[in-house]
Design a protein around this ligand. Structure first.
Ligand SMILES: Cc1cc2nc3c(=O)[nH]c(=O)nc-3n(C[C@H](O)[C@H](O)[C@H](O)COP(=O)(O)O)c2cc1C
Length: 186
């Protein structure tokens, strides 16, 4: 099978991630792939925050602060879950979409563009032999998060890609029948 297609068809998400993480050169390739995402009118909505090492503690502190300041019915257990969340992988790439004013490109298209950049990141990582999982939860699409990250009110964190080397058994790939999803006109 074609190698590029095989990479797409065989990618899956990994929840158990550990060291080693991609090198600087490998991440450069991953970001180059991200920046090749489709982008209506070249508005460049996507940017990325790379978090590892001490940065994971910083992210954990932000999650705890946001939860304490704005989530209702917070229990100690839930707070602990949020505190530990960033440590589920040794590297996280935060997907940021910046809404640019453009007469033909609404904000939703700009968010979709950043979404496709996210998928390019997942595919590039898979091609390089690393594992990843895209997560959102309450800390995505959250104005308080943008504020704590020092972002502007035009900037939205749309997701977190957790990255590392997969450990444990690989998930089996689901079998899908394209007839269930496709209708053909003409
Ligand atoms: C926008 C988006 C947000 C997601 N958020 C979460 C999440 O918060 N937690 C989670 O466990 N999976 C989340 N997922 C699903 C996983 O990333 C993954 O796609 C799913 O587990 C299926 O695995 P697969 O990619 O191997 O098919 C999200 C996926 C997308 C596209």
């Amino acid at each position: 099978m074609n190698k590029a297609l095989k990479n797409i068809l065989e990618r899956n998400s990994h929840r158990n991630l550990t060291d080693p993480i991609p090198s600087k050169d490998e991440m450069e390739q991953v970001y180059q792939a991200a920046l090749r995402a489709p982008d209506h009118a070249w508005v460049r909505p996507s940017s990325f925050i790379q978090v590892s090492g001490e940065g994971l503690k910083k992210l954990s502190d932000i999650f705890v602060e946001v939860a304490e300041e704005s989530f209702e019915n917070l229990t100690d257990d839930i707070l602990e879950k949020y505190r530990n969340a960033p440590f589920r992988a040794p590297l996280i790439v935060v997907l940021v979409s910046t809404k640019k004013d453009h007469p033909k490109v609404p904000g939703i298209e700009q968010i979709i563009s950043t979404g496709t950049a996210g998928q390019n990141i997942m595919l590039a990582l898979n091609a390089l032999g690393y594992g990843a999982i895209w997560r959102t939860g309450r800390f995505a699409f959250n104005e308080k998060i943008s504020e704590k990250f020092g972002l502007s009110n035009k900037q939205t964190v749309i997701g977190y890609i957790y990255i590392g080397t997969p450990k444990g058994k690989k998930k089996s790939l689901p079998e899908m029948n394209t007839d269930d999803y496709i209708s053909v006109w003409g």
